[in-house]
Design a binder for this molecule. Sequence first.
Ligand code: IPD
Ligand code: CA
Ligand code: CA
Ligand code: CA
Length: 269
Amino acid sequence: MRDDPGGGALHLMTRVAQEVGAQLLDRFETVKFIPRTEKTAGDFVSDADLTAERMIRDRLQGAHPGIGWLGEETGASGDPNGLRWIVDPLDGTTNFLHGLPHWAVSIALAQGDRVIAGVVHDPFKSETFTAGAGTGAYLNGAPMRVSQDVPLSHALLATGVPAGGRVTYLSHSMRDIEGLMPDCAGIRRWGAATLDLAYVAAGRIDAYWERNLGPWDVAAGLLLVTEAGGDMRPLWPGQSVLETGSFLASNADLGPLLAPRLCDLRDSA
Ligand code: IPD
Ligand code: CA
Ligand code: CA
Ligand code: CA
C-alpha cells in the first residue's frame, strides 16, 4: 500500500463498491418502504444511504485503519492533507427513492486534494468505471476514452442543479442552458453527478458541468475524466474543483470552447 497506494487500493475499492452496490440493488426492489428524511430541501437521506456508507466505512477502514475519511453521510475524520477515502455511498438518492434506475456508488482515494484512485459503480447496469492516477480509465476492465472530433452542433451535454444552493445556482443554470441549447445536440439532467462524470469519461456524453457539489460527488469522477484523456476545469478560476465542486468536464476539444460560454467564466472575463 505504501509503495503503490492507488493500485493496491483500487482492487479493494472496486470489490467494496460492487458488494455494497449489490446490497443497494436488493433494497431498490422494495424502495418505497425504505425510511427517509430530508437533510435540506430536496436533499434526501434514507436508511439505504446510511447503511451503505456504514458498510463501506467498515470495510475500508477495517482494511486500512490509518487512512482518513470523508463521506457524505458521516463527515470527515483524520488529516485532510493525508491519505483519505472520499465516498458517496449512494449518488442519485432522489432517483433511487423514486424507483429510477440511475444511481451509483462512488469511492475515491486521495492524497490531500490529489485523487489517486477512483471507482464509480452502477449496479443496475452492471457497469464499473475505474481509474488509477497515471494508469488510465476503464469500464468493466476495458480501456475507455473521452469522445473525439465532435462538433458542438453534434455534442450531447449534461448539467445538474445541486440540491445545496439550488435557488442560488438555478439562475446560472438557466442562463447557461438558454445560451447553449440552440447550438448543441441536447442537454441532459440525469441527477447522478458521479455517472455524469463517468459518462464523459466513457465518451457517451461530450461535456458536463455543475456547481457547488460535494467532494464525494466529484472525487472519483474527476480522475475518470482526466485518465480518459478529458478536460476538467474549475468554473471559479484558480479554485480547486474538489473544494468548490464547480467545474466543467469535457472531451479535450470542447473545454476551451464551452468554458467562456458558461456564465461564471463569461461574467468574470
Ligand atoms: C446529488 C446528485 C445530483 C446533484 C446533486 C447531488 P446525492 O447527489 O449527484 O446529480 O445534482 O447536487 O447532491 O445527494 O444523490 O448523493
Ligand atoms: Ca445527498
Ligand atoms: Ca452525490
Ligand atoms: Ca449520496
